[in-house]
Design a protein around this ligand. Structure first.
Ligand code: SF4
Length: 236
């Protein structure tokens, strides 16, 4: 399959993303992923935090064997690693696990223990942002599971947009979905989900920076609770 990278430069890719964002605003998640698969072929991947495998499942139907990129920060709950292993075992996807340059022990030796408590932005940069930048190097487009209803910071997420930081097309096929839509898709297709979602967690990140949510809180209130930080830097 000939993909856009042979034909177009970065500015054209950006224009393509912005046009697709307008054209596909009313499209279904499957249609958006079909467009991405046809446009970018193997230079398209899905990133997953292994909170659930909804986008991976949708993408595997549009592009069987699609690369699913997972960031193993070294701080994940065992349930998250188990979900990653189960996704790899049962779904028609190619799971790629990215790791930071330093182990947690090496980071502790250089920066001191519990950097996540003292400087979470730096910890996220070292353990998430940089590994993802390096891991996405060979792709033209990546898909995320961002949804507009998750938090005010995500309310304007386009279904297809331009990721200026990485200079890639960013696809958010379920941006318009609600939690009810996700739950219905999981139930209909028997999609794998992280067991922590049945244990009071609404959004699953690294163990030291994630707590259960309380009644009435938004889905991401349990991430970096008590701090102004709401995003890890992957989506800003
Ligand atoms: Fe570090 Fe917490 Fe960010 Fe994970 S979420 S990389 S532990 S600061």
């Amino acid at each position: 399959m000939t993909t856009v990278q042979e034909e177009r430069g970065t500015e054209e890719l950006k224009a393509l993303a912005e046009q697709a964002g307008r054209d596909l605003e009313g499209a279904s998640a499957s249609e958006i992923l079909k467009w991405a698969a046809e446009t970018f072929g193997k230079r398209f991947c899905v990133t997953s935090s292994m909170e659930d495998a909804v986008v991976a499942h949708l993408a595997s139907r549009a592009l069987p064997g699609v690369d699913v990129v997972f960031l193993d920060t070294g701080y994940h709950f065992p349930e998250t690693i188990g979900t990653r292993d189960a996704v790899e075992a049962v779904m028609d996807v190619n799971v790629i696990t990215l790791t930071p340059r330093q182990t947690v022990a090496e980071q502790d030796a250089e920066y001191g223990p519990r950097l996540h408590d003292r400087d979470p932005d730096l910890c996220c940069k070292l353990r998430k942002v940089r590994p993802l930048e390096e891991g996405l190097k060979d792709y033209l487009a990546w898909a995320t599971g961002l949804r507009r209803d998750e938090s005010p910071t995500r309310a304007n997420t386009p279904v297809v947009g331009w990721d200026e930081k990485r200079r890639k097309v960013k696809v958010s096929p379920i941006a318009r979905w609600t939690q009810d839509d996700v739950d219905a898709y999981v139930a209909e297709h028997g999609v794998l989900t992280n067991p922590l979602l049945q244990d009071g967690y609404a959004s699953v990140g690294c163990a030291p920076c994630t707590r259960r949510v309380l009644e009435g809180e938004d889905a991401r209130a349990g991430r970096w609770a008590g701090r102004a930080k709401t995003e890890c830097g992957l989506h800003g």
